[in-house]
Design a protein around this ligand. Structure first.
Ligand code: IFM
Length: 444
């Protein structure tokens, strides 16, 4: 065979491979203008909620994040929404919205500020919060680790060191009996993917490391910690409903005819999504055994925000705007609005055969010009999926109110309520009113 024939065969082979990839892995885009977004039908028992996290709203915490904010000269979280003092008023907001459930996290650094030292007053405050929610007919869903933990744990090496995992398990085992008779729904950890990759590969979360190898190790350890905590809590109270919140970000090839873009896409989808699904389904992750993780969930929480268009030159920081398709609406965070991604996100999670709780979905939009559309598109998509038989039980909007958005400080506003940080006034946004109306309507 002379070289011309070889080149021609290689080119034909390349084209066939690309056609196959494009056919097997389509990137769904809907014509939103042709869809009636007012047509939202949800089952009568669908659970409507909103979500927050302790470090983002409570104010004046002392944890790995406050330490990182100081060390890296980041925006201090400071008083945040002063929720630690204003929680009763904030519970009024939940009642005003009409939600059935509220997902929030309890702050390990408040409860165990020093190793083995238990702050009963903090436990008492969380207890009162839970009672207040129950009295209002709002079901609590508690997250045990939402990116923040005590400084003493961080200084021991945090989740990077396998020998530290018992500290987290001991904390969870100790705190659980205080609340487990009143609270059925628990998320052990929030977004093990974001936590490990942002903290250990992108360097934008504490401890600010930049090593993919470290990030993979931390992700694995967080999943092992999840598995251990799951079994411990189930031992204590078998009727509890325990899972974790998984951020499913979909990676799609930026150029759908470029094999390198496809290869990067497959690698990133595995690292970010596939590895965690495989840990829960098969007890294997990154080629090694994580047996304790297998079947360690009663539900899978889905935090869904976007898809990322991928090439081998993907930016290594979130400060650069990500690419998007021409017709896509780009949100303030720089990533596109892509409600269609819920189809693939729920399909992947569907491999676990578990009920899906949408534990987070929302948009940074200070002017509230995108949120109404964002909310309706995502809810429409969820209603469609439920109609098609996908077992989605709930929707928790991120977030109840504007709050401290980690590496982005206070620049990103995700709230259904606007927060004026000068005087801690909360104001219901138009999108909040829409959500309120949707909830009301669905209950009629
Ligand atoms: O604010 C975060 C939250 O803490 C985790 N999930 C994504 C949200 C918006 O970026």
């Amino acid at each position: 065979m002379d070289w011309q024939v070889t080149v021609a065969c290689a080119m034909i082979g390349y084209v066939i491979v690309i056609i196959l990839l494009r056919t097997l892995f389509p990137e769904k885009h809907l014509h939103w203008n042709d869809i009636n977004l007012e047509d939202l039908n949800f089952p009568a028992d669908f659970i409507w909620g909103v979500a927050t996290a302790s470090h983002q709203i409570e104010g004046n915490n002392y944890n790995n994040w406050t330490q990182f904010e100081q060390r890296e000269h980041k925006t201090p979280s400071g008083a945040a929404c002063d929720h630690w003092n204003l929680w009763q008023e904030d519970h009024n907001l939940l009642t005003e919205l009409g939600v059935d459930s509220y997902r929030f996290s309890i702050e390990w650094s408040r409860i165990e500020p020093n190793e083995g030292e238990w702050n009963e007053e903090a436990i008492e405050v969380y207890s009162k919060m839970i009672d207040s929610l129950i009295a209002r007919g709002i079901e609590p869903m508690i997250t045990l680790h939402h990116f923040s933990h005590p400084v003493w744990f961080e200084e021991k090496g945090g989740f990077y060191k396998t020998e530290n995992l018992p500290y987290f398990k001991a904390y969870c085992a100790r705190i659980f009996p205080y609340f487990s008779d009143k609270v059925a729904k628990w998320c052990t950890v929030n977004e093990p993917d974001v936590f490990s990759i942002m903290g250990y590969h992108m360097g934008m979360f504490p401890p600010g490391k930049r090593s993919p190898i470290k990030a993979i190790r931390v992700m694995k350890n967080v999943m092992i910690a999840h598995g251990e905590v799951y079994h411990e809590l189930k031992r204590q109270n078998p009727s509890s409903y325990i899972g974790l919140a998984k951020n499913v970000t979909i990676f799609d090839p930026y150029r759908r005819w470029n094999l390198l873009h496809w290869l990067t896409t497959f690698a990133l989808n595995y690292i970010w999504n596939g590895a965690i699904i495989s840990a829960l389904k098969r007890g294997r992750m990154f080629g090694s055994s994580v047996k304790i993780v297998k079947n360690s969930a009663d539900f899978i929480g889905l935090n869904y925000y976007t898809h990322v268009l991928t090439s081998p030159f993907l930016p290594q920081t979130t400060e650069i705007d990500l690419p998007s398709r021409e017709h896509e609406i780009v949100t303030e965070f720089g990533y596109p609005m892509y409600a269609e991604g819920l189809v693939r996100a729920t399909k992947w999670l569907g491999k676990l055969n578990l009920p899906i709780e949408i534990t987070e979905n929302g948009v940074a939009d200070g002017k509230d010009s995108l949120r109404p559309n964002h909310l309706k598109r995502h809810l429409w998509m969820i209603a469609e999926l439920i109609k098609q038989g996908v077992d989605i039980k709930s929707y928790y909007h991120w977030s109840l109110m504007d709050n401290f958005e980690w590496a982005e400080g206070y620049t990103m506003r995700f709230g259904l309520y606007h927060v004026d940080y000068e005087n801690q006034t909360r104001t219901l946004r138009e999108s909040g009113k829409i959500y309120q109306q949707i909830i009301k309507q669905s209950k009629l």
